[in-house]
Design a protein around this ligand. Sequence first.
Ligand code: NAD
Length: 278
Amino acid sequence: PTQPAKEYLMQPLPLPLSPKPYKPSDKLLGKVALVTGGDSGIGRSVCLHFAMEGATVGFTYVKGMEDVDKDETIRLIKQIKRPSSSRDPIAIAADLGNESECQRVVDEFIKEYGTIDILVNNAAIQYYTDSIDDITESRLENIFRTNIFAYFLMARFSLNHMKRGSCIINTTSVAAYRGNSELLEYSATKGAIVSFTRSFSARLVEQGIRVNAVAPGPVWTPIQVAKMPPERSTTLGCEVPMKRAAETYEIAPSYVFLASDDCSSYFTGQVLHPNGGA
Ligand code: NAD
């Protein structure tokens, strides 16, 4: 986009889902998916793509958060022509940074849909680190709680309801691999998600549950823009070989691929890297 990022994100929705309309092919017909952070950004696009592929989708959101809107995700999912097996979406408000909230989300989801075939751990926060002194214990605790504790706990509680053939997909980041001098704590949490994915995948092989991750490069979403220094807002993505940030619809198909047995039955413990060559 040529306009400042904030204005770009504030354009009336729906933004085009894709420059070429995405062609779904029932890859997730009959599946039930729980997506954390589906009120916004990549999570919203994952919800929409899963729904286009025939899945039933429920998602979590944070109450009162600026720039995110769970009603918009619900409205967009309902606009999609879905098969009769696909039930209406639900949105569950939760701060996933604590254990009891994670348990409650899974309980409410199971009460509504009875099972979890696909868990997408996607919600996260990030802080820009101007000075090393910004790194306080409470900030560390907050970011590790949301970005990694929640992934463990959501997996733990969801697994009680996941059958053979189910899968978990975690959102990590290019920052896990390259580091990021402005996002120190965030990069560390994203690195932890890679190890979490590998360890859980090995652990769950015998239960027939696949665990994979997606590590996007820069993507135009509120997490990037809300706290971004203004001078960065038109240069996001300039550092990657493709010289641009992605749109969310360029990231979501990686989740469809990893969720679909047709495409990825031999994938576990893997990370896909939609990152413009980074
Ligand atoms: P976003 O701001 O649009 O979404 C973040 C989501 O996290 C929101 O839906 C929000 O509801 C949720 N969330 C935040 N705090 C929470 C809490 N305490 N409890 C529960 N939910 C909470 O940003 P996004 O870019 O779509 O981020 C989605 C994922 O993609 C994150 O894991 C992020 O780290 C990752 N990612 C983003 C980029 C990027 O450039 N945008 C790049 C790589 C990875």
